[in-house]
Design a protein around this ligand. Structure first.
Ligand code: ZN
Length: 335
C-alpha cells in the first residue's frame, strides 16, 4: 500500500517564487513584495512595477496621474513574427497599463515633483511615441509649474516596432531639457535595471543628478555590439552602475531602501531657480544637454541604429518570441 503524504508536492504553485539571478536563492514572491523587491539573502534589486515605485518614492496618496489616456497606435502597420497591435494588447492585459511610462504630479516629503516612471514589463519599457510624448509633457509641466522633474527609467531602448518614429523620441524628450536647464529647473534621473539604448542616449543621461540602483545594467548597445563597434574587448562589468560611477558617468549608486531619502535630500539641495520679473535669474551654464548627447554619440561611434538591436522582449515576455537579436545575458528574472 503506497504511503500517503499529508501535503501534496503540488501545494506550492511554480509562480509562487522567483529564483534570484545573483545568489540562486529561491525567494517567495510574497516575501519580495514585502521587502521592496530585494533578495533577502543577497540584496539583489528585482525590477519594480510603476505602482510599487509610486509607493516606494512618493508621499502616500499624493500621486495624480496625468495623460493616462494616451495610447500607442500602430501607425506603420508593423509586423514581425507578431503584429505590433497584438504585442501592445498583450502588454496592456499583462500590466494593466496603457504604455510603458506613467507620469504625474506627486510629492516627496511635501515637495511637489513631476515624475515619470517606467514599467519594464510593458514591452521591455521601450520608448515609442507615447512614452516620448508623456515624458516631454512631464518636462514641460515641470517647467511651467516650476517644480523639479524626476524620471525613474527601466528600458530596453527605442521601440523597434515604431521605427523612425521611436528614434524621434530622443529629440522630443531632449529638447525640453534645454529649456529646463535655462530656467534652472532641476531634473533628477534614477537609472534602474536595465537602462539602455535610446533611453540612456537621451534624457536618462541628462539629469542634473544621475542616480542608479546597485548593479543596474546601464549601457547603450548590448555588450557584444559595443565591443564590435569599438573593435576591442570591453572591460568586465563595463555596463554596471558601479563601473559607471567609478568612471564619472553617474553621480551615486543608491540602494533602494535609501532612494526616497536621497531624492528628498537632493530636492532640498537643488531648489528651482528664483524668478525675477518673469525671467529666471540667469545662470551662465557652459554646457547644455545637447553637448552631452553629441559627446555620447561620438564616444559610441554613432551606433544609434543598434539601439533597437537589444531584444527587449525576451526578458519582458519570457516567451522569447522577439526577433532574433542580442538579448541581455544573465538578466532574465526566472520565475
Ligand atoms: Zn539573492
Amino acid at each position: 500500500m503506497p504511503i500517503k503524504f499529508p501535503f501534496s508536492r503540488r501545494a506550492a504553485p511554480s509562480d509562487a517564487w522567483t529564483k534570484c539571478p545573483t545568489c540562486d536563492a529561491q525567494v517567495f514572491n510574497k516575501q519580495l513584495e514585502r521587502n521592496q523587491r530585494l533578495c533577502p539573502s543577497c540584496g539583489h534589486h528585482f525590477r519594480m512595477s510603476v505602482g510599487e515605485r509610486i509607493d516606494l518614492l512618493l508621499d502616500p496618496g499624493s500621486f495624480e496621474e496625468r495623460d493616462a489616456g494616451l495610447e500607442s497606435v500602430d501607425r506603420l502597420g508593423f509586423h514581425d513574427d507578431r503584429p505590433y497591435a497584438d504585442r501592445l494588447e498583450t502588454s496592456r492585459l499583462k500590466t494593466g497599463l496603457r504604455d510603458a511610462v506613467v507620469w504625474g504630479i506627486g510629492s516627496i516629503d511635501g515637495r511637489r515633483v513631476a515624475i515619470g516612471i517606467f514599467d519594464f514589463r510593458f514591452m521591455g519599457g521601450s520608448m515609442g511615441s507615447v512614452v516620448g510624448e508623456k515624458l516631454a509633457r512631464c518636462f514641460e509641466t515641470a517647467l511651467s509649474d516650476r517644480i523639479p522633474a524626476i524620471v525613474v527609467s527601466a528600458s530596453g531602448g527605442a521601440r523597434m516596432q515604431e521605427g523612425t518614429l521611436a528614434l524621434m523620441q530622443l529629440a522630443k524628450t531632449t529638447a525640453p531639457l534645454v529649456r529646463l536647464d535655462d530656467a534652472g529647473v532641476p531634473l533628477i534621473t534614477v537609472l534602474t535595471d536595465p537602462t539602455t539604448g535610446g533611453v540612456l542616449a537621451s534624457f536618462a543621461s541628462l539629469g542634473d543628478v544621475i542616480l542608479a540602483e546597485p548593479r543596474a545594467l546601464v549601457g547603450f548597445a548590448g555588450a557584444r555590439v559595443a565591443s564590435d563597434t569599438v573593435g576591442e574587448e570591453m572591460p568586465e562589468g563595463f555596463q554596471s552602475a558601479e563601473f559607471l560611477l567609478a568612471h564619472g558617468f553617474i553621480d551615486a549608486v543608491v540602494p533602494r531602501p535609501d532612494l526616497r531619502a536621497s531624492l528628498s535630500r537632493l530636492l532640498r539641495l537643488l531648489p528651482v531657480a528664483a524668478v525675477e520679473d518673469g525671467q529666471p535669474v540667469s545662470a551662465d551654464r557652459g554646457r547644455g544637454p545637447l553637448g552631452a548627447i553629441s559627446g555620447l554619440a561620438e564616444r559610441l561611434g554613432g551606433a544609434v541604429s543598434e539601439t533597437i538591436g537589444i531584444d527587449v522582449e525576451t526578458a519582458a515576455d519570457g516567451n522569447g518570441t522577439g526577433p532574433s537579436s542580442p538579448s541581455i545575458p544573465g538578466r532574465e528574472e526566472s520565475t
